[in-house]
Design a protein around this ligand. Structure first.
Ligand code: PFF
Length: 476
């Protein structure tokens, strides 16, 4: 909060809110509204949600605070922050850049779907509710259309990041994100009013731990990291812009709470309606694109169409405020470490991303190369949120706990003793001992059980890539 001695308290407040909104803009995105509901649906519902919440509170919060603290302390983005402390750790930052590149190998595909749906809703999608599901399946497996939309979506990112300031999109986010929140509430109320809806709430909030295996636990961990934008240096970079007098703990709490609130709300918006419509909870990545239009179609009339339009506009903007932060991680690396001009950095990063996205999009139509029977879209998703982000978060914790001084961390987090943080000891022990061990166990068990579904080899490949990056650390 602004101090009473400050000459411009409004400015201080304004910039603080600006920071929280920017970090929340990165966190709240497709991960909350698209990925969380369908992953919860595929992972058995309540138990997944409960484990996810435990991970968010104990691991996500702590890792975010660590990333903010390291970023603010060094004043550098991820690679520089590690490099300036200990060259041997540079690879952790570089892995973050690789994660950014790979997430941007599928994120714009889904961003493109959201963009396309604005126009589809405008073009009369809601007039034939029974065809909504088939139309989604047809759309994403088409070899041309989704690639076109992905291209437009990626171009929007390029324009925003090229200009170096995401001011415009952040302003749009400030209006549209609260609007999206309100629409999610309207959708939830409408969904809950449908006959049979309570089964959806029960599915989401009544944990049945007999359905839990280690792959569900790893999915919950990956979801927590992905949704909170952790484990790849993104929040570290944001932290480097934070003013010394701002309260890191409070900021972390606000961003974590907003992100988790939107995810849970998205679940409440989706599941009651799904159960009411008699759809399968494990409907997969199409969930939000099928359930939401169907629900608005049910509402009928112009109001249904208007709300559906606003929903997909809000979803697109939420996705944009996240993907620009992903692109920026890669771009700032190329500028700071490779001496590129911003425009060259943006164009080369997005060129690689667009190629990855083409493979990702085609793989949904069963076209293109596969690895161990898995297509590009799933490979990028598996490698990043199940392995790179979680292991990245683990390395950040080991770095903070074992390589940085406890006294320095305490000074950074408490603003030299000005902000009380009575839980510092707990946080420190979590970061130094418990989180690294917990992530290692969850990852090992998850990879083991991944072999049952043919995904283990790809995850193991991810670990191999990290190990090799570690071995050649001095080269970066
Ligand atoms: N948190 C974003 C979402 O939930 O959509 C995705 C993301 C953004 C992940 C930035 C990682 C990141 F660094």
């Amino acid at each position: 909060m602004a101090t009473s001695t400050s000459t411009q308290p409004r400015d201080t407040w304004g910039s603080k809110l600006g920071f929280v909104m920017a970090a929340a803009g990165s966190a709240v995105g497709l991960g909350n509204i698209w990925k969380f509901p369908y992953t919860a649906g595929e992972s058995g519902g309540g138990a997944f949600v409960a484990i996810y919440l435990v991970f968010v509170i104990f691991i996500g919060f702590s890792v975010m605070l660590t990333e903010f603290a390291i970023g603010r302390k060094t004043g550098l983005s991820a690679v520089g922050a590690f490099k300036s402390t200990d060259r041997r750790w540079t690879f952790t930052g570089v892995m973050g850049v690789v994660s950014g590149l790979l997430i941007m190998g599928f994120y714009p595909v889904v961003g493109g779907w959201a963009l396309a749906y604005i126009f589809k809703v405008g073009g009369g999608l809601l007039s034939a509710p029974s065809a909504i599901g088939d139309s989604f399946g047809g759309f994403i497996s088409d070899p041309i259309q989704p690639i076109m939309w992905m291209g437009i979506y990626l171009l929007m990112n390029v324009v925003i990041v090229m200009r170096g300031v995401s001011g415009g999109i952040e302003k749009a986010g400030k209006v549209l994100m609260p609007l999206l929140f309100v629409i999610l509430i309207i959708v939830s109320v409408k969904g809950l009013s449908l006959p049979g809806a309570s089964a959806g709430l029960k599915f989401l909030f009544t944990p049945d731990f007999s359905k839990v295996d280690s792959s569900v636990v790893l999915a919950a961990l990956g979801q927590a990291f992905f949704s909170l934008s952790l484990g790849m240096g993104c929040m570290m970079t944001y932290g480097s812009y934070l003013k010394k007098k701002e309260n890191l703990v409070q900021t972390t709490g606000m961003v974590t709470a907003m992100d988790t609130g939107v995810a849970i709300l998205a679940g409440i918006a989706m599941f009651p309606a799904m159960f009411a419509f008699g759809m399968e909870p494990a409907a997969g990545p199409g969930l939000v694109f099928v359930v939401v239009p169907q629900l608005f179609a049910e509402m009928g009339g112009a109001i249904g169409i208007l709300l559906a339009l606003l929903f997909f506009i809000g979803l697109t903007v939420a996705a944009l405020t996240s993907s620009v932060s992903l692109l920026e991680v890669v771009v700032s690396y190329l500028i700071d470490e490779k001496g590129m001009k911003r425009s060259t950095a943006v164009l080369s990063a997005s060129a690689v991303m667009s190629v990855l996205c083409v493979f990702a999009s085609l793989s949904l139509g069963g076209i293109g190369p596969t690895l161990f029977g898995t297509g590009a879209f799933d490979i990028f998703d598996l490698l990043t949120d199940k392995i790179f982000l979680a292991v990245g978060g683990m390395l950040v914790c080991i770095f903070a706990g074992w390589r940085l001084s406890k006294a320095d961390l305490e000074k950074e987090i408490t603003n030299n003793g000005e902000v009380p943080f009575p839980l510092f000891g707990l946080w420190y022990n979590l970061v130094k001992y418990i989180i690294p061990v917990a992530i290692a166990i969850v990852a090992i068990m998850g990879i083991k059980s991944g072999f049952d579904s043919g995904k283990g080899a790809i995850m193991l490949l991810g670990i191999g890539i990290i190990a090799i990056a570690g071995l050649f650390s001095k080269k970066f």
